[in-house]
Design a protein. Structure first.
Length: 677
């Protein structure tokens, strides 16, 4: 397309144009798919004297508009000097890539080939639009830069700031980016990092509510979707806030949520423009990649922090566990010294009672640890039955009353007056409730009050334990049910104690029942409230009269104790002989089989972890002996999981007893007559 009306155009320029067209046919130039143009030097500037339709179409300018311009009028300011130098040199040049301004204000990447005309001092411009290819390359480079930045061992804010710097660089400083992170509650956004925004701006937007229809970032976080505001001043969502970006010359904004691996919103990456417009497809792709990198960085840093916290908790737990074990072991050692002395019978009796309490405490510690292990591996089985929640309350109150009385507290219990039937494990629910009562008693000054109530709310059975104790700081409420966690303020007030697993275990047990447990407190000095909720069950059916328990007075029996631990075996022997039993002892499987052949016992207390021949194998061989089916076989072992009980039953055991043996249970079993056939 040749300019027709050019009053300032000299005869020389017309001759130049004619010569150029003579070198190349008009039809070839006009029909070329490449962008073609011719410039010549006039008034100190290289001006267009010819542009073909392809050049006009790519850039959006008309031929008349371009022919009225100099070549550098459509170049990015940073590119003009280079083009002028190349044109002035009069040499050929290939693949000169420059940013060229379109009529709509956008810049495209054009790769120019420059060839001087044979006559007239003109220059041929042959160009191709390489914008998409170049943007794809820059996108890959930016994403690589982002991933390298977040993978570096640097603080999170530095890694995220590097991502916002990429937006600044790729936009030629025409856009400003900022990252905001959701707080732990997911209710507000906290200003994190950004490029090109002053500190007062961050202070103004820090803590903004995550709410639909509020600004751009808050809406994006609330709805978990890309949000675009092409004109901030006219947007209702920016009412009351628009003055903040407008004061910085920022007129448009868009925000993309930073999503975690579970699609949870971790924060937002907001971009602000200095003109009213929408983001381009490439800008969306760039920010999407940066959001992925930000998500990876945030979750990695959170995981690292969680691992450090978990390691610290475990270290603290081991230290506390050692302390908790030493406490009962010290009086036990002292008790052994007293029992071995010539102290009075009364002193012996008192020491024995003390030692029994300390052993019970040790058993409780070990049981809690085993419960945690079983639950974490999904190996705990609830013994569900239709029970009245009030029965759980009675049992828990009975267990906790000695501690409550010792601390001088008062326990009041309020019931609904009608049975609250639930489908649950009586022992486990009693364990949870007793734990709540014991905690209330421990973390309270002497003379406090504890209230326990039951009721029905929203179709659920509710058990509530409140106290007038130390209370819990609000920031600690979300942590009290975590494993190995103890409230530091409580340790300072009580001097320590406890493993920090009771509430964690309680929450897990209640979850297995399909229920929930929550804690509330107004802070230190204001007491605490723990609320336990369980699904209601149908009313209890009529039950037959219970069969009375067998008595616990031991009937003289012939008993064989098989255990490779001599102290355990001799301890059982002495205890049973005091109850009138005739006891033999064997240290391994072969010795046990020889003892049975010499004199068949009525009951065999058999350890599982024997050397050489396991207790399971010994049991199978006993059952194969003449008369072996008439003996009572009781497994006595430190292994107490459900799989262990199943293996014992398959091997032929009648009962499975976990060490340390509950002597009342053992005496009841011994009182049961063995089968006669």
């Amino acid at each position: 397309m040749i300019k027709q009306d050019a009053p300032v155009e000299t005869v020389q320029h017309r001759a130049t144009m004619a010569a150029c067209c003579h070198e190349h046919s008009d039809s070839f130039i006009d029909d070329s798919l490449d962008m073609l143009g011719i410039t010549t030097l006039r008034d100190g500037r290289w001006r267009w004297i010819y542009v073909n339709p392809s050049l006009c179409q790519v850039l959006g300018w008309s031929s008349d508009e371009l022919l009225a311009m100099a070549c550098d009028d459509i170049l990015h300011p940073n590119e003009r000097a280079a083009m002028a130098a190349y044109l002035q040199s009069g040499r050929s040049l290939e693949r000169l890539e420059q940013r060229v301004r379109c009529k709509d204000g956008r810049f495209k990447r054009i790769s120019w080939n420059l060839v001087p005309a044979a006559t007239g001092g003109a220059m041929y411009h042959s160009g191709r639009d390489v914008t998409e290819r170049r943007l794809a390359d820059e996108l890959l480079r930016a994403q690589k830069q982002a991933l390298e930045g977040v993978a570096a061992p640097i603080p999170l804010d530095e890694a995220l700031r590097a991502l916002t710097d990429i937006v600044d660089q790729q936009s030629d400083h025409s856009a400003v980016a900022a990252i905001m992170l959701a707080d732990e509650t997911g209710e507000t956004l906290r200003a994190c990092v950004g490029a090109g925004l002053p500190s007062w701006y961050y202070k103004a937007v820090d803590g903004v509510r995550i709410e639909p229809g509020l600004g751009t970032c808050a809406h994006a976080a609330a709805c978990n979707e890309i949000t675009v505001t092409p004109d901030i001043e006219a947007a209702p969502s920016w009412e009351g806030l628009a003055h903040l970006p407008l004061a910085l010359g920022l007129k448009a904004a868009w925000s993309m949520p930073i999503r975690g691996s579970d699609n949870r919103v971790l924060g937002t990456l907001g971009t602000y423009f200095r003109e009213c417009r929408q983001p381009t497809l490439w800008e969306r792709q760039l920010v999407e990649g940066l959001c992925h990198a930000a998500s990876w960085a945030i979750e990695r840093k959170q995981a690292e922090a969680a691992l450090r916290q978990e390691a610290a908790r475990k270290d603290e737990f081991l230290a506390v566990l050692a302390h908790e074990l030493r406490n009962p072991l010290a009086p036990l050692r002292m008790g052994l010294e007293v029992l071995g002395s010539r102290a009075s019978p009364e002193a012996h009796a008192n020491m024995r009672a003390m030692m029994e309490r300390q052993v019970d405490h040790l058993v409780h510690l070990v049981d809690e640890l085993l419960d945690v292990s079983r639950i974490s591996r999904g190996q705990i089985d609830l013994q569900r039955a239709r029970i009245d929640l009030d029965g759980v309350v009675d049992a828990a109150a009975e267990l906790s009353q000695p501690l409550i009385d010792a601390r001088g507290h008062e326990l009041t219990v309020r019931r609904t007056g009608a049975p609250l039937w639930i489908d649950g494990d009586h022992q486990r629910l009693t364990q949870v409730t007793a734990n709540l009562l014991s905690n209330a008693a421990k973390y309270m000054n002497s003379g406090g009050t504890i209230h326990l109530s039951t009721g029905v709310e929203a179709g659920q059975a509710v058990l509530r334990v409140s106290d007038s104790g130390y209370g819990i700081p609000p920031e600690r409420l979300s942590e009290v049910f975590d494993m190995f966690v103890q409230v530091p303020e409580h340790r300072e007030l009580t001097g320590g104690g406890g493993l920090g697993i009771g509430l964690a275990l309680s929450r897990q047990l209640i979850a297995l029942h399909g229920g929930s447990i929550v804690a509330t407190s107004q802070g230190l000095g204001h007491g605490s409230v723990f609320v336990l909720r369980l699904p209601l069950a149908l009313p209890a059916p009529q039950m037959a009269d219970a069969v009375p328990d067998a008595g616990t007075d031991a009937v003289p029996r012939r008993v064989l104790v098989v255990d490779d631990n001599a102290d355990v075996a001799q301890g059982l022997r002495l205890f049973l002989e005091l109850k009138g039993a005739d006891v033999q002892v064997a240290a391994d499987g072969p010795a046990a089989l020889r003892a049975i052949e010499a004199r068949a016992p009525e009951v065999v207390l058999l350890d599982i972890g024997l050397p050489g021949m396991s207790g399971y194998e010994v049991a199978r061989r006993i059952r194969a002996l003449p008369g072996g089916r008439q003996m009572r076989l009781y497994a006595v072992t430190g292994w107490g999981q459900e799989d262990d009980k199943r293996l014992a039953k398959e091997a032929g055991f009648d009962e499975h007893l976990t060490k340390p043996i509950n002597t009342a249970v053992l005496l009841k079993l011994l009182a049961t007559p063995p089968p006669t056939s």
